[in-house]
Design a protein around this ligand. Structure first.
Ligand code: CP
Length: 341
């Protein structure tokens, strides 16, 4: 892949390769001053038009651990305010030497449009989508896949270990690019996904819609080996589940009255110790963050190291983003330029 825009384009072989590489980076001692030389002389620029704590910081840390230069862009203090276009802004960073642009934007489709425009302009740069509107958040989908695979097989986290598992995604699926990326990744790896939430946040037709192939692509029954269904009953959905991922209520993207009240939402769809105990087995809990404590998940459960994989997700974000940067750079560079790990 020349760019990483969404996970619909990933084959099972792609998922296997990315997980393998992330596992190598995860198990290398790379803290403190230790760096791998793989991307020495290369530059990653982060273009974030929406706030971020985890994604931006871990991409920047990942790039530094591979010895790349890192440039950060802040829209508010940039020449965008003088009317410069997004494309000219991106080309300015390419002219300064950017090899990878990591792009987050509140509008779905911006990273893809930018990648196409840069390709058309003949620029040799890779675009990595760091979250676009409601569409896609591929690095989050991959780090979640990695975290789940490591939970079930810490030494050999391959897509194969997830085949046949049942994973519940509960909450604000409607506004979640993370849910979409997870759906692509999990179903491609043979996971049966249950989407759970009220009809305002998980519309009944949503399972069929998100499980459909992207426009212009035929359905591939071999690649899409898992399944997706919708449930309104969290306790029923959790019975027999192997893991549960809860999502943040994205109040900033909500129209009024999608929820009758936060208390009622928490009673029906909030994760608590008591609710998990009711499902009869010990299952791990994931959340992409940031979290509304006491709404989609109780604070005590979020902080419980025996059940919560939330900090592990954050930790795994670094090696997963190292893997993505490494693979994109390998794609973009002539083999002689590239220092393999
Ligand atoms: N999960 C996630 O994308 O977090 P940030 O918005 O903090 O990057």
């Amino acid at each position: 892949h020349r760019h990483v825009i969404d996970l619909a384009a990933f084959s099972l072989e792609d998922f296997t390769m990315v997980l393998e590489l992330a596992q190598r980076f995860r198990t290398m001692p790379l803290t403190g001053a230790r760096r791998l030389p793989a991307l020495q002389g290369r530059m990653m620029t982060s273009l974030f038009f929406e706030p971020s704590t985890r994604t931006r910081s871990s991409f920047e840390l990942a790039a530094r651990r591979l010895s790349a230069d890192v440039q950060s862009f802040s829209p508010a203090s940039s020449s965008l305010s003088k009317g410069e276009s997004l494309l000219d802004t991106a080309r300015t960073y390419v002219a300064m030497g950017a090899d990878v642009l990591v792009v987050r934007h509140r509008c779905a489709g911006v990273p893809q449009q930018l990648a196409e425009d840069l390709d058309r302009a003949g620029e040799r740069v890779a675009v990595l989508n760091a979250g676009d509107g409601l569409h896609s958040h591929p690095s989050q989908g991959l780090l979640d896949l990695f975290t789940l695979a490591r939970h079930f097989a810490p030494e050999a986290p391959t897509p194969e270990v997830l085949r046949g598992k049942r994973i519940v995604i509960v909450g604000d699926v409607l506004h979640s690019r993370v849910a979409r990326s997870n759906l692509w990744a999990l179903t491609a790896c043979g996971v049966d996904v249950v989407l759970c939430g009220p009809p305002t946040l998980v519309p009944a037709e949503f399972a069929a819609f998100v499980a459909a192939p992207p426009p212009g692509q035929a359905a591939d029954p071999v690649a899409r080996r898992g399944s997706v269904r919708v449930s309104r009953d969290l306790d029923a959905a959790l019975a027999g589940a192997d893991a549960v991922m809860t999502l943040r209520l994205q109040k900033e993207r909500m129209r009024e009255h999608l929820l009758t009240s936060l208390e009622a939402y928490h009673r029906a769809y909030g994760l608590t110790h008591r609710r998990l105990a009711g499902c009869g087995r010990t299952i791990p809990v994931l959340h992409p963050g940031p979290v509304n404590r006491g709404v989609e998940i109780a604070g005590a459960l979020l902080d419980d190291p025996a059940l919560s994989l939330v900090e592990e997700q954050v930790r795994n974000g670094i090696p997963m983003r190292m893997a993505l940067l490494y693979l994109l750079a390998a794609e973009a560079m002539a083999p002689a330029e590239f220092t393999a790990v």
